[in-house]
Design a binder for this molecule. Structure first.
Ligand code: ASP
Length: 439
């Protein structure tokens, strides 16, 4: 059995955290491949090493001195090395990094050094081989991730290595220049490595005990979801639930590998299993609730819209022309609403409205800003009667006016639009009816 274990920045922010990681890895000998992030925040208000590296590079680009910030970064690693009584010396690595930054070797190169150095330290601590991700994670000449070449490289390289640490977040083009994924991208590296070695599970160790049923900033101590499908998680992450980088699902899913979200600070907790399919019936009818604020509803009305062929296409082409992607499109016989991200829309709104008017000559066109969208997600909603009734009864009792309803064809989610001001109360009402009162 092979497990890939990825540890996030807060799990590797100090010597104390490294020790917990060491205990976890040593507790199960199938944890053969380990993917670290760069050291994250040690305390509230601290700065992540990745952010310090970006600061250094910005200074280098504008010709300013960055040596103090680089020394600060070196001190962060030295503190970990000393705390673990290791004999690793990163001085030479820092000389190279300083020289390369002065030579403006790239923002991605600079950012990637956080994981690179942490990988060296972690490999020494665990007694694992260090494999530079630039050798096995491949990006094409345009800087896009190349999954198939990478999969071969990872498979071949790791077949020769019993135990290794592979830094997260970056890879390289064929010419060796470093490219990073978007922020939080070490999650993607972990998933890629899991696929490359056909792992039995991809463990993603972080600082929470799994995916929560609802946002803990809104619900105090929400329940942790035991098992969730990739599809459910995708719906929840799209609507703002963040536990892992959204793109981290794809490599593991492609290879049919379950992902287990675990807590480095509470390793005894089982965490959340993310799977393709499951026969496990969830504890509650719904699996999770997530939501986002700040959308605009663009309401279009025209008599006999229903008989005008191509009306919808013309409306949508106005958004397409200005490169705006819409979220939802509820409609009536002679009405149509486009729900769209407020910030993106506001930059181009007059142009889009003029275009809609020119293309469709509506009877009325009005805007309703400050809408929040809430997704209630659950694979069991399909089989259960009355779920929608319960959601709307809960909202009615909480005196919340529902602005929009949309149920996806997969029937695993119901999207509800409310005013921004009602957002938190709406989530509490839905959580209460399904989880607190266990209906
Ligand atoms: N260190 C990178 C970041 O802060 C990548 C990661 O942690 O996944 O975004």
């Amino acid at each position: 059995m092979v497990k890939v274990a990825k540890f996030g920045g807060s799990s590797l922010a100090s010597a104390e955290q490294f020790r917990k990681v060491g205990d976890i890895v040593r507790a199960d000998e199938s944890r053969r491949y380990v993917v670290p992030s760069a050291p994250g925040k040690r305390f509230h208000g601290d700065t992540k090493v990745t952010d310090l590296l970006y600061t250094c590079y910005a200074a280098a680009e504008s010709g300013d001195d960055f040596s103090d910030t680089l020394k600060e970064i070196h001190a962060r690693y030295q503190e970990i090395i000393d705390g673990l009584h290791l004999s690793v010396d990163l001085s030479h690595e820092f000389e190279i990094i300083e020289e390369n930054m002065r030579g403006l070797s790239g923002r991605d190169y600079a950012a990637s050094r956080g994981e690179y150095l942490n990988g060296i330290v972690l490999a020494a601590y665990l007694g694992y081989e260090f494999i530079d991700a630039s050798q096995i994670i491949r990006f094409d000449d345009e800087g896009h991730f190349d999954p198939e070449t990478t999969n071969c490289l990872v498979g071949e390289r790791l077949a020769q290595t019993e135990r290794a640490v592979i830094p997260g977040f970056y890879g390289a083009k064929a010419d060796g220049s470093i490219v990073v994924f978007s922020r939080g991208g070490s999650d993607i590296t972990g998933s890629i490595i899991a696929r490359g070695v056909s792992a039995s599970v991809y463990e993603n160790w972080t600082d929470v005990s799994g995916v929560m049923v609802a946002d803990p900033r809104i619900i105090r101590n929400p329940e942790v979801i035991h098992t969730i499908t990739y599809l459910e998680l995708r719906e929840l992450s799209y609507m703002g639930a963040s536990v892992m980088h959204a793109d981290a699902i794809f490599p593991a899913r492609k290879a049919g590998i379950p992902i287990n979200i675990r807590n480095t600070n509470a390793p005894e907790d089982e965490g959340t299993m993310i799977v393709e399919r499951t026969s496990r019936i969830p504890k509650y009818t719904i699996t999770g609730i997530a939501g986002k604020k700040d959308f605009v509803a663009v309401n279009i009305e025209k008599d006999q819209m229903n008989s005008e062929i191509g009306f919808g296409r013309r409306v949508l082409s106005a958004f397409e022309k200005y490169n705006l992607s819409f979220e939802h499109m509820p409609s009536g016989v002679d009405t149509m609403t486009i729900v769209i991200n407020q910030k993106d829309f506001q930059e181009k709104e007059q142009k889009v409205l003029t275009e809609i008017t020119r293309l469709t000559h509506p009877d009325s066109l009005d805007l309703e800003p400050d809408i929040a969208l809430i997704a209630v997600v659950g694979r069991c909603m399909k089989e259960n009667r009355g779920t929608a009734a319960r959601i709307f009864a809960a909202l009615a009792h909480a005196k919340i006016n529902v602005k929009m309803i949309d149920q996806g064809s997969s029937e695993i989610n119901v999207i509800i639009g409310v005013k921004n001001a009602d957002f938190e109360n709406a989530i509490r009402a839905i959580y209460d009816i399904f989880v607190t009162t266990q209906l």
